[in-house]
Write a protein that binds this ligand. Sequence first.
Ligand code: T4K
Length: 382
Amino acid sequence: MKRFDEPILVTRPYLPDLETFKAGCEEIWRNRWLTNNGPMLKRFEGRLAESLGVPESNISLFVNGTLALELGFYALGLSGAEVVTTPFTFVATSHALKRIGATPVFADVDPETLCLSPEAAEKAITPRTKAIVPVHVYGHPCDVDGFARLGEKYGVKIVYDAAHAFGAGLQSHGDMSMYSFHPTKLFHSCEGGLLVFRDESLRERLAELRNFAIKGELSCVDVGTNAKMNELQALMGLECLKAMPGILASRAEIHAAYREAFAGRADVKFLDPRSFPSSGAAGFSPNYAYCPVLFKDLETRERVYAELKEKCNVFTRRYFYPLLTDFAPYEYAKGSCPVAEDAARRVLTLPTYYGLSAADAKAIAENVLEVLDSHGVRHETI
Ligand code: T4K
């Protein structure tokens, strides 16, 4: 088995050229403007709108993805409502709902994409449901047409947690989408979150809410919060945005290296977003944000996770395990989503980041296969 000299982590942030970044800092120093809707932020919003192909009136930036979600849900009037969502995600999705006083109602995922299933979501709709929050998990496309139909049929909002989906071309779907710009994402602004929304009247409302809901010096119109992106974050975002084509190309190479190494192995299910029926979604182009694999069972997954760490210096992650419904705030729904529960016990996300070579990805995949072979699970089909 190949042991790497330096630890290989599941992800590593892209960093722009330091000298270019310093030049941007000099501009910030000259401006003496550090946050509160500064010029870097405005420039970043402009470039993002351009790169996403949406008007600036339909986007809004925040200090992080979680607060972007929270304020997006609040602005859509979801407080006090039931919201159908997936348990196969990071806790931020349902925390943001809970924190505005909405009740997450969990429905199961599609066994192929691991995204919320529209059929399961429909069964969870009640007269108190005001929205559905599917997650483009790993950057893989949800069944956006299925959710659009549910939105129309039941008059509920469709809000995508698209935290993983920046660069995947899915921004035209739903009433709103949230992109996380955390450094563990393929694109980042140190921390950051972006909302893209259909109703442009939300832009002003969100600008208020992210700035305490104060208006001018003399009035405060609601219970807002401080969720403003600062100028250094915006600068980081601007510099990383320039590198997006290279970042996407490098991830496609890494994904291809894993895909080839696992081809023909019945005991490893490597998720390939290009093969999903939902990959026909308008605008979709894979961003390979994560490289998830599924094994036969929990025991096999745990063995691969431990041996990669101990013998190879490779630190994979079990995104998303435990399932949200195993966590204290959501235990009320424990056991209600068997497909998601099964996936959470079998999934492992492999290292994927700009700078990881295809040769290293191949070596990591070969290590995975060696662990499987050494424990005699080679011929078991999952
Ligand atoms: N919705 C979904 C579906 C999400 O996945 C997330 C965030 C959100 C909403 C909320 O968006 P934000 O509010 O975060 O913008 C990480 C991230 O903190 C979190 O952003 C992300 N999802 C989640 C999936 O993963 P951890 O606890 O796994 O992060 P951590 O610190 O263990 O880092 C992961 C790996 O990255 C480590 O191996 C170390 C490496 N790393 C990390 C950082 C921060 C670096 O090499 N450099 C770094 O700067 O949660």
